[in-house]
Design a protein around this ligand. Structure first.
Ligand SMILES: NC(=[NH2+])NCCC[C@H](N)C(=O)O
Ligand SMILES: [Mn+2]
Ligand SMILES: [Mn+2]
Length: 301
């Protein structure tokens, strides 16, 4: 197995949604022993600590279709820079959220180094809303749209002016809660989606094999995994802000991670939406770290 130089970047931000506590995600994941776990596999791990995120929450609503826009722009800009620097130093960026709005910054930083990045979006949701379609105003429901260039220009133009990824290079896995506007974008933009129906029908093995074949055919120059812990069934990961029943099992998730490892295609990853306040004894962070074990090549025998 390929030994990596992994650079951990924590992003303690909860500005992409309105339930407090997800800003403690990076601490919970560290407490679950991530550094030791990855080192035991043989990787070298540098924990860069957390991006600075202001804890000064104001209740003032500037735009109810883009809650905390200013704060999200600030966090994303700083994160994009950190991710860019990690890659510049030949490190594998491993980002811990925070809510899923942080993917805006991760993908912005990655876009400077990849012209044809593939993205695996493991999630119960499509995160393809725009200010026109959002049912909540929460920016964590928008990061994929923003990254393909749709949404508020302050968000779209973070780090660089151009769109960060191509819609046809995105694969969503685990979707089971899709808003009407998102559904329209999926067909209009040609985004590949494996809903729970396909996972039930084909099995996770086929889904992942198809996903890799699809990305290879598209000649991607890297693959980013953006894993929202609400992609799993809330039975396994109760500590998330927007749980949706009927999700991916613990076993299926591990299988997906192991297959990603075997594919040798992965070039960066992020784990988001761990909310310790909503969790039961750090279960969700523990699952996140166990999944990282599989993703980075842990084996039993
Ligand atoms: N990253 C997430 N958990 N996103 C949940 C989004 C929920 C809903 N689609 C919204 O736009 O508000
Ligand atoms: Mn989600
Ligand atoms: Mn998400």
């Amino acid at each position: 197995m390929n030994k990596l130089n992994i650079s951990i970047i924590g992003v303690p931000s909860d500005y992409g949604q309105t339930r407090r506590g997800v800003d403690m995600g990076p601490s919970a994941i560290r407490y679950a022993g991530v550094v030791e776990r990855l080192e035991a596999i043989g990787h070298s791990v540098q924990d860069q600590g957390d991006i600075r995120v202001s804890q000064k929450h104001s209740d003032a609503v500037v735009d109810k279709k883009l809650l905390n826009l200013e704060e999200v722009v600030e966090v994303s800009t700083a994160l994009a820079r950190s991710v860019h620097e990690a890659i510049q130093q030949k490190k594998f960026p491993l980002v811990f959220g925070g809510d899923h709005s942080i993917a805006i910054g991760t993908l912005a930083g990655l876009s400077e180094h990849y012209n044809n990045l593939g993205v695996i979006w493991f999630d119960a949701h499509a995160d393809l809303n725009t200010p026109d379609t959002t049912p909540s105003g929460n920016i964590h429901g928008m990061p994929l749209a923003v990254s393909i260039g749709l949404g508020h220009e302050r968000l779209v133009k973070i780090h660089t002016d151009a769109p960060k990824i191509k819609p046809e290079n995105v694969i969503i896995i685990g979707a089971r809660s899709v808003d009407p506007g998102e559904r329209e974008l999926i067909s209009q933009q040609g985004i590949k989606v494996y809903t729970m129906h396909e996972i039930d029908r084909l099995g996770m093995t086929r889904v992942m094999e198809d996903a890799f074949a699809y990305l290879k055919e598209r000649n991607v120059d890297g693959v980013h995994l953006s894993l929202d812990l609400d992609g799993l069934d809330p039975l396994y990961t109760p500590g998330v802000g927007t749980p949706v029943p009927g999700g991916i099992t613990y076993r299926e998730s591990h299988l997906a991670m192991e297959m990603l490892q075997e594919s040798g295609m992965l070039t960066s990853a992020e784990f988001v939406e761990v909310n310790p306040i909503l969790d039961e004894k750090n279960t969700t962070a523990n699952v996140a770290v166990a999944l990282m074990g599989s993703l980075f090549g842990e084996t039993l025998v």
